[in-house]
Design a protein around this ligand. Structure first.
Ligand SMILES: *[C@@H]1O[C@H](CO)[C@@H](O)[C@H](O)[C@H]1NC(C)=O
Ligand SMILES: *[C@@H]1O[C@H](CO)[C@@H](O)[C@H](O)[C@H]1NC(C)=O
Ligand SMILES: *[C@@H]1O[C@H](CO)[C@@H](O)[C@H](O)[C@H]1NC(C)=O
Ligand SMILES: *[C@@H]1O[C@H](CO)[C@@H](O)[C@H](O)[C@H]1NC(C)=O
Ligand SMILES: *[C@@H]1O[C@H](CO)[C@@H](O)[C@H](O)[C@H]1NC(C)=O
Ligand SMILES: *[C@@H]1O[C@H](CO)[C@@H](O)[C@H](O)[C@H]1NC(C)=O
Ligand SMILES: *[C@@H]1O[C@H](CO)[C@@H](O)[C@H](O)[C@H]1NC(C)=O
Ligand SMILES: *[C@@H]1O[C@H](CO)[C@@H](O)[C@H](O)[C@H]1NC(C)=O
Length: 630
């Protein structure tokens, strides 16, 4: 008994010791004759444990999720290394890592693929011809095949394509697959002007994020130049932070004089930015290869541009003080006159908010008059204030709120009147004429309009406005079939005094953010979720909730998610749309499907923002342009 206890204790001490050793920023010993720079780690007692590589038989290997690649060079000063891509299986045009779907990096580790690689995709299927990759007969991959004896088998596989890495979706994988391309190779910093016999050896460059200061459990883990203290960036973690006058140099893995550090220009300090999970996380395997990669290409830069634009927009709004457009306060008399005293035959529709009437103001303007049904009526001042906020928003994709009336029993909102009716009805062909005009391109446009309207509410309105009831019946189409979001922020009016917690279920079945059931809060990401359902409606022309589908498919979101998991996403696309679509359009349909699924991610933080969604749709639209008629 005592013996066992002693053994356990010894083991514990040993474990602790080795753990402690691992904490300090020590460089690993050379692997054969190859130096292993910090933070790369070949063992538990050196380097930074997030940066594991492997030393076997004097050669360094980089392990991907399922495979292993020899490292051919390391440049610690720029934090990059080059691996040797998988080779072709003998006498075939198939890479040895095809069975692992090519190179897949673990995206929770601090490594990603740099933008310096030219990838040649070999032995591709016909489907690639419709992709945005360069698969033309002038593509570099043909020169490579013709000029490389080892690639001779690929002459029997006529379709090959070329592209450069650097999009967010190629950051962690170079995917090959049976239904796409079956082989690839890569060159770092390739000069396409050079003849093939002067190309470098194949290589694929990977970079690593600057390592943060080493983790510590007590001061004993840190050297004399640093102090163990809590890491403000991650809760409960302590790190050896450099003493004053010294700066963390992630290249040397040490605290150095600030002067030294600046002259080297390498010090990033703790710079472990959240690695992009985003859209690609939800993509699964269903898509024809990198089509999605390219559809999402440039996403990163777009996000930065979007952020800058956002700042400008916010400033504009703040500077404009009152938004420039005052809400009109209508009298009860005016409203009654406009709606013929709320005549039944003026009713346009009814919903959770109350009824909508068509009305005509004294000056002849046709308007939609909404009487808000208030569960928990607010005071007149509050209603006016909310209306003032809502009236200030002004975007071409939002139905304009003209004013309100608080004299009658229920508060009244007056909106501009949109002639054509709502998307829900049109998709389902209540108006056959309009349905036939809702081509794929037009649907993308409507999706884009809506996304922009919502993004405006989330990011440009001050304070931000969450719609809380996004659904196809709240998206109106004007005479040119432009989408316009209506009913935004109405549920604010029904709010109780608990500023952000609503006590009764809001939103509409089939569109409601599942996280709402967990914490009873609606956020901008709840609108993103609901919008994901609208995208699926546009894609499938089916209802969000339909009891005519099989029991477990009643909910459209669940149904499409299941189909995507079974790699049958295309089967749910409205046959009428598919029939008329070019191969490129079919690709954008799939991409939109996956975009929708990313909006439907269970966890809010995994969903893209409305701004990002709008940009992705814009990108999908730009791909179609020029190459597809209509
Ligand atoms: C290390 O290399 C040897 C010989 O090259 C090989 O047999 C062995 O499987 C390798 N070990 C690992 C863990 O890769
Ligand atoms: C990716 O890395 C994380 C962190 O080291 C690890 O927990 C996870 O199992 C890895 N995932 C795969 C698929 O290898
Ligand atoms: C191309 O890939 C297919 C599927 O893996 C394989 O059967 C075929 O042999 C390859 N073509 C060549 C020329 O190797
Ligand atoms: C790759 O590895 C993961 C995790 O270890 C495993 O679940 C998956 O099946 C592997 N994929 C292939 C294609 O081998
Ligand atoms: C494809 O690449 C070749 C060679 O770099 C270039 O001449 C050609 O213009 C490219 N084609 C397209 C469609 O980008
Ligand atoms: C293939 O390479 C040879 C010389 O190596 C050249 O004469 C021929 O034109 C090339 N063919 C193509 C299709 O590029
Ligand atoms: C790869 O990681 C580096 C360093 O964190 C980052 O600057 C870069 O944007 C990443 N590249 C991509 C395509 O995500
Ligand atoms: C502390 O920093 C100084 C100045 O950079 C350096 O000379 C010294 O070696 C460091 N001491 C330790 C224990 O790293």
């Amino acid at each position: 008994m005592e013996e066992t206890l002693k053994r356990v204790l010894t083991t514990a001490v040993l474990l602790l010791t080795s753990a402690n050793l691992a904490l300090s920023a020590t460089r690993c010993p050379d692997c054969g004759s190859t130096p292993v720079p910090y933070p790369l780690s070949t063992g538990p007692t050196c380097g930074d444990q997030s940066y594991k590589i492997r030393c076997n038989a004097s050669t360094l290997f980089f392990d991907s999720v399922n495979n292993s690649y020899p490292i051919t060079s390391i440049s610690p000063s720029i934090q990059r290394l080059v691996i040797q891509p998988a080779s072709l299986l003998p006498n075939t045009c198939v890479t040895s890592d095809l069975r692992f779907q090519g190179l897949q990096l673990n995206n929770s580790l601090p490594f990603n693929v740099t933008s310096s690689n030219t990838i040649l995709y070999l032995n591709c299927t016909q489907t690639l011809l419709g992709s945005p990759l360069n698969c033309s007969s002038a593509s570099l991959c043909h020169s490579y095949i013709n000029g490389t004896s080892g690639a001779a088998p690929c002459e029997n596989a006529p379709i090959c394509c070329t592209f450069g890495t650097g999009g967010s979706s190629t950051a962690y994988s170079i995917r090959v697959r049976d239904s796409g391309c079956r082989a690839y190779t890569s060159f770092v910093n390739l000069n396409p002007e050079l003849p093939v016999n002067r190309w470098p050896e194949p290589g694929l460059e990977i970079e690593w994020v600057s390592p943060p200061e080493p983790v510590c459990s007590s001061q004993a883990d840190c050297d004399g130049n640093s102090t163990c203290g809590p890491d403000p960036a991650s809760n409960g973690v302590n790190r050896c932070f450099c003493n004053s006058g010294l700066t963390w140099d992630p290249v040397q893995g040490a605290c150095v004089d600030e002067v030294t550090c600046q002259s080297q220009g390498n010090c990033g300090g703790t710079d472990r930015t959240a690695l992009i999970a985003g859209l690609t996380a939800g993509l699964g395997g269903a898509l024809a290869l990198t089509t999605v990669a390219f559809l999402l290409y440039k996403r990163h830069r777009r996000i930065i541009e979007a952020q800058e634009r956002l700042t400008r927009e916010r400033e504009a709004i703040l500077n404009a003080n009152n938004g420039g457009r005052a809400a009109k306060v209508f009298t009860g008399k005016e409203i009654k006159k406009a709606t013929n005293n709320f005549a039944r035959d003026c009713i346009l529709g009814a919903g959770g908010y109350g009824e909508v009437y068509k009305g005509t103001l004294a000056n002849g303007t046709v308007v939609a008059v909404k009487s808000a049904k208030l569960g928990n009526a607010k005071g007149t001042d509050q209603v006016l204030n909310e209306v003032r906020i809502l009236c200030q928003v002004n975007h071409r994709s939002l139905v304009r709120l003209l004013g309100c009336c608080v004299e009658l029993e229920q508060p009244i909102m007056v909106y501009e009147y949109i002639e054509n009716g709502n998307l829900f009805d049109h998709i389902r062909g209540r108006n056959a004429g309009v349905r036939s005009q809702l081509t794929w391109r037009r649907r993308l446009q409507v999706a884009h309009d809506t996304a922009e309207g919502l993004a405006y509410l989330h990011f440009s309105a001050v304070p931000p406005i969450y719609h809380r009831d996004v659904k196809s019946s709240n998206i109106l189409l004007d005479e040119n079939l432009n989408g316009k979001v209506s009913d935004f922020g109405l549920s604010r009016l029904a709010q109780t005094d608990m500023s952000h917690i609503s006590t009764c279920a809001q939103g509409t079945l089939g569109y409601l953010d599942p996280e709402y059931y967990r914490n009873y809060q609606l956020t901008d990401k709840s609108d993103v979720y609901s919008f994901g359902v609208v995208l699926l409606e546009l894609l499938t022309s089916q209802k969000a909730i339909d009891f005519n589908r099989d029991a477990d498919d009643v909910n459209l979101a669940v149904y499409v998610q299941r189909m995507a998991e079974e790699e049958r996403l295309l089967e749910v696309v409205d046959p009428m749309l598919k029939e008329k679509a070019s191969p490129l359009e079919v690709d954008t349909m799939k991409a939109l499907g996956f975009l929708a699924l990313s909006c439907l991610e269970e966890r809010r933080q995994n969903r893209p923002s409305m701004k990002e969604v709008a940009e992705e749709i814009e990108y999908l639209m730009s791909i179609g342009t020029g190459e597809v008629e209509n």
